[in-house]
Design a binder for this molecule. Structure first.
Ligand SMILES: Cc1ncc(COP(=O)(O)O)c(C=O)c1O
Length: 387
């Protein structure tokens, strides 16, 4: 053949008999078939042969199998962001007229999405505390379909009583969905505690290096997975293979990172609690946190995000944010660098005073997403900013 054709049809040697150490990036939009019947058959089958990149890709499936394995699920759907996973699950399972029960303290993007479901899709919602199965039972209507929880809520760290809430949901015939982003499968495996679906913003601890945006939904059973998978490929929420590869690469150090995130958070929470400029510290590892008892039951450790209230209110928070040096002023969490933000003016700015109070945020609240630096360097930075 001529060079014009040969440059198009480059050789693609297949690897047989040995396996690469690192999962390769399959940067292709589709896959080639010899047999037209097999091509047709595999097109719409979750977990089937690779056909088209929006349906599946080996690098993406490696991520799905890795997280499904860690969470103890049957199958997973990776998405281009955490919100993509949340949308696939809620839009894929709810219909107009359905009722949803959600916990009161929710990630802002999820709260906004639920508001949209209510105003545009004719779905109704009731909010209950994350640790109150009696309130859950009382909120049920004949139209209730799903219960939505977060293992550890942002920013003040309420911990959902997953065994109690998921078993109440199961008794009532409801699907329970848990956002496990803050805990990761290293600290909590909601499917083992009775949940049906677990969600993650892979952007955070799973990928772990603040260099990728991604999401994933893990399903306890194949049937629910198949249903949401068909919707997910219609929605087009698929991640890019490179993002999946970055996530896989980051996940290899998840256990080491989580150990350090949690240890650093404990160190800082303890020191903050003893500082005169601080009126309250919100980290479930502290005995006076409202979720401490639930957290001891549900979590292997208490996580790497903490919040604290400055006695001087908003003025003190402004001055703290302007004085901090090592911790970076940035959104998100779960990377190796410590990040700091003022929820009332950034992540929670859309909430009114009553909603802020319900979430546990004051004008003097500061959130720390604690990284893996040396704890003494972090404390030195925080201490100079407090003074
Ligand atoms: C608990 C939680 N869930 C979901 C999301 C959404 O994830 P993403 O930003 O990857 O879409 C976030 C983002 O901050 C989050 O904190």
């Amino acid at each position: 053949m001529r060079p014009e054709t040969r440059t198009v049809h480059l050789p693609k040697p297949s690897v047989t008999g040995s396996v690469p150490i690192s999962m390769p990036i399959y940067q292709t939009s589709g896959f080639v078939f010899d047999d037209p019947a097999a091509f047709a058959e595999e097109m719409g089958r979750p977990g089937g042969a690779y056909v088209y990149g929006r349906y599946s890709n080996p690098t993406v499936r490696a991520l799905e199998e890795a997280v499904a394995g860690l969470e103890g699920g049957a199958a997973a759907i990776a998405t281009g962001s955490g919100m993509g996973a949340i949308n696939c699950v809620l839009l894929g399972l709810l219909q107009p007229g359905d009722h949803l029960i959600a916990q009161e303290a929710l990630y802002g993007g999820t709260a906004a999405m639920i508001n949209d479901l209510v105003s545009r899709f004719g779905i109704t919602v009731s909010y209950v505390p994350e640790d109150d199965p009696a309130a859950l039972r009382a909120a049920v209507t004949p139209a209730t379909k799903l219960v939505y929880l977060e293992t550890i809520a942002n920013p003040v760290g309420q911990v959902a009583d997953l065994p109690a809430m998921c078993s109440a949901a199961r008794d009532l015939g409801l699907i329970s969905v848990v956002d496990n982003t803050f805990a990761t499968p290293l600290l909590c495996r909601p499917l083992e505690l009775g949940a049906d679906i677990v969600l993650h913003s892979v952007t955070k601890y799973l990928s772990g290096h603040a260099d990728v945006v991604g999401g994933i939904a893990v399903f306890a059973d194949e049937e629910l997975h198949g249903k949401v998978w068909h919707f997910a490929i219609e929605l087009g929420a698929t991640p890019d293979p490179f993002a999946a590869w970055l996530s896989l690469r980051g996940m290899q150090t998840l256990a080491l990172r989580m150990e350090r995130h949690c240890a650093n958070a404990r160190h800082l929470a303890t020191r903050l609690a003893a500082h005169p400029a601080v009126s309250a510290v919100h980290w479930a590892g502290l005995e006076n946190h409202r979720s401490h008892e639930v957290a001891r039951k549900v979590l292997a450790d208490f996580g790497g995000v903490l919040a604290f209230d400055l006695a001087g209110g908003r003025a003190a928070a402004d001055s703290f944010m302007a004085s901090i040096r090592l911790a970076l002023l940035a959104p998100s969490l779960g990377g190796v660098e410590t990040l700091v933000l003022h929820p009332a003016s950034t992540s929670h700015r859309a909430l009114n005073a009553a909603e802020l109070a319900r979430t546990g945020v004051t004008e003097g609240t500061v959130r720390l997403a604690v990284g893996i630096e040396h704890p003494d360097d972090l404390w030195a930075d925080i201490e100079q900013a407090l003074s």
